[in-house]
Write a protein that binds this ligand. Sequence first.
Ligand code: TXA
Ligand code: MG
Length: 350
Amino acid sequence: MLTKYIRVDRDNFESSEIEEAADSLRRGELVAFPTETVYGLGAVFNDETALKNIFLTKGRPMDNPLIVHIWDPKQLVDIVAEIDDKHQKLIDAFWPGPLTLIFPRKPEISNIITAGLSTVAVRMPSHPVAAELLRLTNIPVAAPSANLSGKPSPTKGEHVLNDFDGKVPFIIDGGECDTGLESTVLLINGKDEKVLILRPGAITREMLEEVLGESVEDLPLNVPVDRPQAPGMKYRHYAPQANVVVVEGDDGAVIAEIEKQLSEQDNDLQTAVICFDQNMAVYQSQADLVLNLGPKKDLRIAAKRLFDLLRYCDKEEIDQIYVEGVAGYGVGVAVCNRLYKAAGGKIIHV
Ligand code: TXA
Ligand code: MG
């Protein structure tokens, strides 16, 4: 298959540039497109062959449900059975944006999307290219992240091309994603039950609590993989080829531990350190590659860069990656969550 790859300037494009992609979607083809979180691999929600194709193309297990993407909340009537007050408050506050809400589903929704659950996940992206593509398509679009299953999610067009060149008919490159981590996934059960964050993201617990006026629960950061609380949690995620180890603790102790690990490392192995700005110089003499997570004070930059850095390590054929731990508050909760999954539980506390 020949992949059509087009570049679109997110700040300055004509609708006509993405009309062909919208037509492809409407014909039941897969289209990869940028969103403000990560790139998505979309198919229209009412074409089961196309939906199955998403799973085949990604190598994704069929029991991991998909998020339905819309451009206008009025499209919810075809997807969800009910919108309660909490949903409405959050829609008003955060849509369009990186928040996925779980609703009771309409019975007509394909079981391929919901993995047979009684609920359906929906989000309305804010990325101008995604919004326009969804508007032109005017059928809700189911889309997981546009990566091979298990790999770090794509935050640049070239990441999608690396995974899917010749495997999907259409890729829209809209530049680097703003957030760089997937949307916050939120479960709202009923009036009296606690709202639960199934996947942390750029919309933080604190932001949600402020809008809802009640406390919101985070899942424990490192849920054991054999006891998934949300579909998809049991799978290994975000993992580069290299072995990833996260080292957490006070700054000085973290540096000392990573230096010690590097000094004990087999010389044949290619090593990388992913660390904060201020510590870059420390590891230069010992590691083959030192990559910058940005300033410790603004973890939004770490969020934006993380997947790109993990993919870069693959490109450089790194065997062993040490990552400096990230503070677990605000968007740091989401960064930690992805790091822990990339490390598959290999975390050293010092
Ligand atoms: O930012 C994002 O959310 C990106 C962009 C493309 O929109 N999409 C994305 O999709 O990350 P995916 O498939 O990689 O992750 C979807 C997550 C999975 O963890 C899945 O288990 C969860 O959403 N999910 C989907 N439907 C659900 C449901 N009904 N109940 C609970 N979790 C659900
Ligand atoms: Mg994904």
